[in-house]
Ligand binder design. Sequence first.
Ligand SMILES: NC(=O)c1ccc[n+]([C@@H]2O[C@H](COP(=O)([O-])OP(=O)(O)OC[C@H]3O[C@@H](n4cnc5c(N)ncnc54)[C@H](O)[C@@H]3O)[C@@H](O)[C@H]2O)c1
Length: 251
Amino acid sequence: MTQRVAVVTGAAGTIGQGVIENLLEHGRKVVLVDRDEPRLRAARDRFAGQGEMMSVAVDLLEETAPALVAASIEENGWQPATIVINNAAITVKHGGKSHDILQMTLDEWALVHRINVTAPMLMARQFLPAMVAGRWGRIVNISSRAGRYNPHQAGPSYTTTKAAVLGLTRSIANDFSKHGVTCNSVAPGLVMSDMTGQLTPQLLQALVDRTPAGRGGSPRELGAAIAFLASEDAGFITGTCLDVNGGQSMA
Ligand SMILES: NC(=O)c1ccc[n+]([C@@H]2O[C@H](COP(=O)([O-])OP(=O)(O)OC[C@H]3O[C@@H](n4cnc5c(N)ncnc54)[C@H](O)[C@@H]3O)[C@@H](O)[C@H]2O)c1
């Protein structure tokens, strides 16, 4: 059987590493996508020998980025990707805290929406035709606990985009599941990363204190949930959101 090709955005980041690790273990050929070229190289080195990988350094702010990723995959002689993990995202903090909507600039609002919502939509749009043609596809969009429950310190731009990711997920699932393409989201709770490193130590401690598991999650724990939703076995799961948050919020 041909190994399926999986695109992972934000692959150079913390959770991205856990996603790469788990997808390689599932036997996927993994396309590492990120704008941070040195960390992209470091990620490839870290997993060298564990499976087939290629990397594409692009800024997802560029509308042409998904086409560039697809062209690089073709140049590499791989089949078109039938798994897309939309993991790249940003948050904007000021002295470790979020601005409320009175303080926040429209530029921040637009930038965060561009990367956290528009880029995943464009990436899905790039690879959906091949998934539909092959009657098999998996799209996993990374949301956030803050997009589903009380946002606490997450701030309006980040919170709103992470809620929008849930709507995008359900919309794609509604339209494409009949073609064998599932679309789901994962809502991580606290995972220590560059993103959470922008918070003050006090805010970070408050997040741990609110988590029944008493700790943050590991990239591997997040990657395992994401790789499951991208697996053959998850074919009847679509349009849903999987909370991976140590019990910080429950429904
Ligand atoms: N860490 C947490 O506690 C947490 C909690 C909830 C949700 N999440 C979500 O998990 C995902 C991964 O977060 P993380 O903690 O690993 O963050 P991270 O900052 O470690 O990684 C994010 C990666 O995305 C890349 N990226 C950002 N903007 C980009 C762009 N325009 N073009 C290309 N690459 C770009 C960055 O270079 C970085 O490597 C995000 O969607 C985030 O919102 C994280």
